[in-house]
Design a protein around this ligand. Structure first.
Ligand code: FE2
Length: 169
């Protein structure tokens, strides 16, 4: 059975690997690096949206620090979205493009570390295996539904409104 904590951690490992591959290709042709980035950007967007749809509503309800954690995560996701937009505005392979890719890497790696130490760790410690599996299945379903970025909303999310509206009660 899928487990939400493992699925999120698996995505984080993929992100670390993909950013490392972009480091390896720092001297390569723009035609090589642009598609590598495009695939990574799509995955980063889908991952953030899937977490906001499936994981953080439960974080909001379940954890004592849920409101703080969810608010913080949404703000981090917006920073990552902003960095992705800055990459899209630059010419692939230019200094400005790489600077924006590096900024996305920094925002994302800071966020992943906090998520792993915070809510992911709390969920593992909470003895809620059934919930983790149910959320895991929904995380998979969300990713299938929006594979390749299909009908994925990549706009910023208002963290105040999110915390207000998304608790599942
Ligand atoms: Fe996240």
């Amino acid at each position: 059975m899928p487990d939400i904590c493992d699925l999120i951690l698996d995505d984080h490992e993929v992100f670390r690997r993909r950013f490392a591959e972009l480091d390896d290709e720092r001297r390569s042709d723009p035609r090589t690096v642009a598609p590598l980035w495009e695939a990574l950007a799509e995955h980063l967007e889908r991952h953030a949206a899937a977490e906001e749809d499936v994981f953080y509503p439960d974080v909001l309800d379940r954890l004592d620090e849920g409101e703080h954690e969810a608010h913080h995560a949404v703000r981090d996701h917006n920073k990552i979205r902003d960095a992705i937009r800055r990459v899209a505005d630059a010419e692939p392979g230019t200094e400005a493009w790489w600077a924006a890719v590096d900024a996305a890497n920094e925002e994302n790696s800071d966020h992943m570390a906090e998520e792993e130490r915070g809510p992911l760790s709390a969920f593992r410690q909470a003895g809620i295996e059934d919930v983790r599996k149910e959320l895991g299945q929904r995380f998979i379903d969300f990713n299938l539904e929006h594979a390749g970025g299909r009908e994925l909303d990549t706009d910023d999310v208002d963290p105040d409104a999110y915390v207000e509206e998304r608790g599942t009660g």
